[in-house]
Design a protein around this ligand. Structure first.
Ligand code: GDP
Ligand code: MG
Length: 442
């Protein structure tokens, strides 16, 4: 029963359901926003289709209109999609050497990110070794050496006359002798994904015990990121992604594309050319950046926090109900909530057995007037009286009636109804979630 009731209340709190038209109209806007953010169009299509299925028939939260409700769902799904608990590169335990291989296209930011990660590892008390495996790009080795110097970490290189796989093997041997717990292989990229490049990376992976393959992707590449990430994951297998150049004006749609296609976590984001500009990845920040609907999201947050407060109050009330500790203050609160839920008639219309779309035959105007009088009576009580109704002797009741401008018989009736309600609640363990004589109800 209590589950059923909770559902009823959830529905009551909302202003109806999202129709197919609501959802489609709002998703049109969302699609535009995602494409503008450079999310790959196939991913946009897949993603919005999945959201559409979830959204149709959902409740519209109080404080939001249907369009905003759809955006709330979209935002949640984006966070879910990009979210991951793995926001650190996993290191092997103990004295084992963790080999990290950096892969990605030329100019993506591999060499820079290698040095950035080395800095993070150093902060954690590790002694990383950087290995210069890019023997093609002019000055690539020099670039890594300069960066390594800045970070005060050792750089292993064998010039540009050796094969990358041999440099990688030698670097790991060097690390074992030298007490480096982590080796980061800075590999070469190409302007486009090609076979030679893949073969070379595969060769390294076959000959060196690589623990983590990290794909570095330029956030500005947008649409292309999907192909790049897909191919790298398929051919050599990746464990995580670093998205660079997010300090630019791109909205970062690549983050969503990459995650959707590979399912691999985004570990860090590059926020500048400086070696300290590497940040943790926050799915919620990324989602709102990609959506680019800051105003709407702020509004949604506000509506959500109001509901959270309501739910907290309701929970607190339920707790006290369990202990049969129901006071007139709770009574007030429950009336307030009923009003928020759209009036008594509305609620009764939705209760099982009474609803089905047809309104029960009650005089709503009369009911609301009664509610107002009841509120006045409770407001005329002292704080002590509200929390301890047994204090209500005849002279106090008289004072209250006068204060509320009603007859004393009405005060008596309210107190009686209140006591009855309390008793009833005690006898309904199923509703209260406790255990009782008859077992579970409903
Ligand atoms: P690689 O070819 O993959 O090794 O790429 P590099 O590390 O050489 O980086 C290419 C260029 O991108 C360099 O000029 C870097 O300074 C720059 N770069 C790398 N990461 C970032 C970043 O997060 N933000 C910005 N603004 N520039 C970056
Ligand atoms: Mg490089």
């Amino acid at each position: 029963l209590s589950q059923k009731l909770q559902n009823v209340f959830k529905n009551l709190r909302s202003k109806g359901r999202l129709t197919e038209d609501d959802v489609k109209a709002a998703l049109k806007e969302v699609k535009m926003a995602l494409l503008e953010a450079d999310v790959n169009f196939k991913v946009v299509k897949q993603f919005t289709k999945a959201v559409q299925e979830r959204a149709i028939g959902s409740d519209v939260m109080n404080g939001l209109n249907p369009g905003q409700m759809v955006i709330k769902i979209v935002n949640e799904e984006m966070v879910k999609l990009m979210g991951s608990e793995t926001t650190e590169i996993a290191l092997r335990p103990g004295q084992q050497i963790t080999v990290i291989m950096m892969v990605g296209l030329q100019g993506a930011g591999k060499t820079t990110t290698t040095a950035k990660i080395a800095g993070k590892l150093k902060q954690k008390g590790k002694k990383p070794l950087l290995a210069a495996c890019d023997v093609y790009r002019p000055a690539a080795i020099e670039q890594l050496k300069i960066n390594g110097e800045k970070q005060e970490v050792e750089v292993f290189s064998m010039g540009d006359k050796n094969k990358p796989v041999n440099i990688a093997k030698a670097a790991v041997e060097h690390a074992a002798k030298n007490g480096n717990q982590v080796v980061i292989l800075d590999t070469a990229g190409r302007l486009h994904v090609d076979e030679d490049m893949m073969d070379e990376l595969i060769e390294i992976k076959e000959n060196v015990d690589v623990a983590q393959t990290i794909l570095v992707v330029d956030a500005m590449t947008g649409q292309d990121a999907v192909n790049v990430a897909g191919t790298f994951d398929e051919k050599i297998g990746i464990d995580g992604v670093v998205l660079t150049k997010l300090d630019g004006d791109t909205r970062g749609g690549a983050a969503l594309s990459i995650r959707a296609v590979t399912g691999k976590p985004i570990l860090y984001v590059g926020m500048g050319e400086k070696l300290s500009d590497l940040e943790q990845f926050y799915p919620d920040r990324m989602a709102s950046r990609i959506l680019g609907m800051g105003d709407v999201l702020t509004l949604i947050e506000k509506a959500q926090s109001e509901i959270d407060i309501d739910e907290e109050k309701a929970k607190d009330m339920q707790q006290r109900l369990k202990k049969a500790d129901f006071t007139f203050d709770d009574y007030l609160l429950s009336m307030e909530q009923m009003k928020k839920m759209g009036g008594l008639g509305n609620i009764l219309g939705m209760l099982p057995g009474l609803g089905g779309g047809k309104m029960p035959d009650i005089d709503e105007g009369e009911a609301e007037k009664n509610m107002a009088r009841t509120t006045a009576i409770i407001y005329s009580m002292t704080k002590k009286e509200r929390s301890n109704p047994s204090l209500l002797n005849p002279s106090r009741k008289h004072r209250i009636a006068k204060g509320a401008g009603v007859d004393i018989s009405e005060v008596n009736r309210l107190v009686k109804q209140f006591e009855q309600a309390k008793k009833m609640m005690k006898q309904m363990p199923g509703l209260m979630g406790g255990r009782g004589r008859g077992g579970k109800m409903g």
